[in-house]
Design a protein around this ligand. Structure first.
Ligand SMILES: NC(=O)C1=CN([C@@H]2O[C@H](COP(=O)(O)OP(=O)(O)OC[C@H]3O[C@@H](n4cnc5c(N)ncnc54)[C@H](O)[C@@H]3O)[C@@H](O)[C@H]2O)C=CC1
Ligand SMILES: O=C(O)C(=O)Cc1ccc(O)cc1
Length: 302
C-alpha cells in the first residue's frame, strides 16, 4: 500500500527537488504540491514542471496534504512550521530533511501537534543547491535516519520510514541527540575543516600569486568541492548543532596537536601508526561498497 497519496514539499532546492523527482519516479500516482519562499525558485519549479501544483504560500501548499516535508535550511524550519500550522489537515504528518535533528524536532513540536511530527535526515546530498540541481536517484542506497519524538505516533513513524524506503533509501531509527553527535563527526566537522583549509589556502594564495589555484590537485581539490557547499545551509547547521560540533572540534584539535608534536620531534612511528590506521578505515569503507564517488557516478549514469 502507498504510504501517502498527497505529498507537499516546502523548499524546492537541491533536496526538495530531489524528493519531488524521486516521488515522481518511484511513487508516480502521488499528487505533488510544492512551495518555496523564493519567487524565482517557484518560477523555475513551474517551468520545469517539478510538481503538479506550485503554491504561493506554505499554508496554501498543505491544505490537502497527507505528508508535508520541510526541505528548507534548518534555521527556517520554525518559521515555516508556524506558517502552515493553521492549514494543516487533521490527519497530515509533518517531516523534514534537516541535517541536524534536536533543534529542528524542538522547533516543530513547539508549533505542531507532536504526535504528527516525524523528523528525518536523508544522509545524501551534494555541494550544489537549487531546484535544477536535484535528481531522482539521490537517495538510492543511501541512509535516511528517522529520529522520532517521544510523542510521535508509531504508525506515522512507520509510514515515513516506508516513504523513504520507496525512494530507495536504507532507513535507520535514532534518537535526535545521538544523531547530532554522530553527524557532528561524520559530516559537520569535515565541512568545517574544508571551509577552513580552503580559506587558509586562499589567504596564502594572495601572497604567492595564485599558486594555490594553479597547483591545486588531489586532496585540496576534494576540499574545494565540500567548501563550495551552500553558505546559508551550513551557517544554520553550525548554529543549530553547536554543542555536539564544539565537543568534536575539541577532540579534533587535541589529535591535531599530537600530529603537530610528532612532526616537530621527528616522531615517524607516531605519524606512520596514525596514517596506517586511517588507511585501513578507508579500505573497510570501500570494501563495504560505500565509496561515494563511485556510487554517485553510478547513480547519475544509470
Ligand atoms: N545539501 C545537502 O547536501 C543536504 C541538505 N540537507 C538539508 O536539506 C535542507 C535543504 O537543503 P538544500 O536543499 O541543500 O538547500 P537549497 O538551498 O538548495 O534549498 C533550500 C530552499 O529553501 C527555500 N527556503 C528558504 N527559506 C524558506 C522559507 N521560509 N519558506 C519556504 N522556502 C524557503 C530556499 O529559497 C531554497 O530554494 C536543509 O535543512 C539541509 O540541512 C539534508 C541532506 C543533504
Ligand atoms: O556533498 C557531500 O559530500 C555531502 O556531505 C552532502 C551532505 C550534506 C549534508 C548532509 O546533511 C548530508 C549530506
Amino acid at each position: 500500500m502507498l504510504p501517502f497519496s498527497r505529498v507537499s514539499v516546502i523548499g524546492l532546492g537541491l533536496i526538495g527537488s530531489s524528493v519531488a523527482r524521486a516521488v515522481r519516479q518511484y511513487l508516480p500516482t502521488v499528487r505533488l504540491t510544492g512551495h518555496d519562499a523564493s519567487a524565482a525558485v517557484r518560477e523555475t519549479a513551474r517551468r520545469i514542471e517539478l510538481v503538479d501544483d506550485v503554491a504561493d504560500s506554505a499554508a496554501a501548499a498543505v491544505t490537502d496534504a497527507d505528508l508535508v516535508i520541510l526541505c528548507v535550511p534548518v534555521g527556517a524550519m520554525a518559521a515555516v512550521a508556524a506558517e502552515l500550522a493553521d492549514e494543516l489537515p487533521a490527519d497530515a504528518i509533518v517531516s523534514d530533511v534537516g541535517s541536524c535533528k534536536t533543534a529542528v524536532a524542538q522547533a516543530l513540536a513547539a508549533v505542531l501537534p507532536p504526535e504528527r511530527v516525524v523528523p528525518a535526515h536523508p544522509v545524501a546530498g551534494t555541494e550544489q543547491s537549487g531546484p535544477e540541481a536535484g535528481f531522482a536517484s539521490l537517495f538510492r542506497g543511501r541512509w535516511c535516519i528517522v529520529t522520532p519524538l517521544a510523542e510521535s505516533d508509531s504508525l506515522a513513524v512507520a509510514r515515513v520510514e516506508e516513504f523513504w524506503r520507496r525512494l530507495g533509501a536504507d532507513v535507520e531509527r535514532m534518537a535526535p541527540d545521538h544523531h547530532d553527535r554522530v553527524l557532528a563527526v561524520t559530516s559537520h566537522l569535515p565541512h568545517l575543516i574544508a571551509y577552513t583549509i580552503v580559506g587558509t589556502a586562499d589567504d596564502l594564495g594572495q601572497v604567492t600569486e595564485s599558486e594555490v589555484i594553479k597547483f591545486s590537485a588531489g586532496g585540496f581539490r576534494d576540499f574545494t568541492r565540500i567548501a563550495a557547499s551552500d553558505p546559508v545551509m551550513w551557517r544554520d547547521v553550525f548554529l543549530a548543532n553547536k554543542e555536539a560540533v564544539l565537543e568534536m572540534l575539541q577532540r579534533f584539535s587535541e589529535d591535531l596537536s599530537q600530529l603537530q608534536r610528532a612532526i616537530r620531534w621527528g616522531d615517524g612511528d607516531a605519524l606512520y601508526d596514525r596514517f596506517a590506521r586511517t588507511r585501513a578505515i578507508r579500505r573497510s569503507i570501500v570494501d563495504q561498497g560505500q565509496d561515494d564517488a563511485a556510487a554517485d557516478f553510478g547513480r547519475r549514469h544509470d
